[in-house]
Design a binder for this molecule. Sequence first.
Ligand code: PMP
Length: 384
Amino acid sequence: GYNRVLEIHKEHLSPVVTAYFQKPLLLHQGHMEWLFDAEGSRYLDFFSGIVTVSVGHCHPKVNAVAQKQLGRLWHTSTVFFHPPMHEYAEKLAALLPEPLKVIFLVNSGSEANELAMLMARAHSNNIDIISFRGAYHGCSPYTLGLTNVGTYKMELPGGTGCQPGVNGVVQYPKGFLKEAFELVRARGGVCIADEVQTGFGRLGSHFWGFQTHDVLPDIVTMAKGIGNGFPMAAVITTPEIAKSLAKCLQHFNTFGGNPMACAIGSAVLEVIKEENLQENSQEVGTYMLLKFAKLRDEFEIVGDVRGKGLMIGIEMVQDKISCRPLPREEVNQIHEDCKHMGLLVGRGSIFSQTFRIAPSMCITKPEVDFAVEVFRSALTQHME
Ligand code: PMP
């Protein structure tokens, strides 16, 4: 039962792993944009497992492909080849502009960024890496040095990042990234775009976040949405940078590019294309931004509504003049009330004052209407 789960959690799972809600949700099942708890209550999942379930929970096509591969071959390691890896590499490379054509397959966003840092250093002969204030690039020893948001903050030297996510979906001003890339390159540096959250069509207008800023990175890292929840990640770079790394070390990764991950990755790409999910992100995302933005006019505590495609941040403030963050307990209560009404959203920003909205890309307009109504009710309840 539920209480036993809590006991086991307390006894055997690390206290650094925190859960949302005073009474954490115990989820049993998922179907597309919906999640179901032990009692069978359903929740509209507007955070998709932290921006990861890109095409929907247990998507039938992805499941069918995974099941087929499960019965055929799970693992070979990178020293033996298998067809799903080569089929996947070809499909993924076709989605990136020239000269980004060389792929390294790994297992998580942190690993992808670690590898990107190695490549950048090997190629440029520079040690220093710059990331943005408020960035999140992982929790491994080196990526922690780039991560600089809320409780993840660590004072360590830190890569040029490219992510509006954990810090509450903060967007770069127009032209900013272009200029930043020029400054880095003028000093012999290379530019890394972390597309862990922004990639795979989520932003709607473009497949990759960097394209929305009209820049061309030297290295691109990706994870989360790439496998719809299956652990996989990738780094893509130019042949030149890949050669520089090969001169320094032989890169080895036991699970990277395993047959399950590659088969699933291919299925995800096919579903995004067949079901026009990037176009859906654009259309439903634009609709959603407008609907949530109305709440800013209706409630003093909604300080900002921002974002692009299916990646939206709603920043809660004490009032629109001071823009001080709404106290955490109050944001927690609104979060909890949304859950009670069947809506799951994420959290972000230094004081956890921003709600993060990033549903699976199969989301529909009526579901957005439901989510906005739930959110409006939670805010109204709060003001009473
Ligand atoms: N980069 C970004 C932009 C992320 O949001 C995250 C995870 N939140 C990571 C990297 C690290 O990915 P992982 O948790 O798979 O290591």
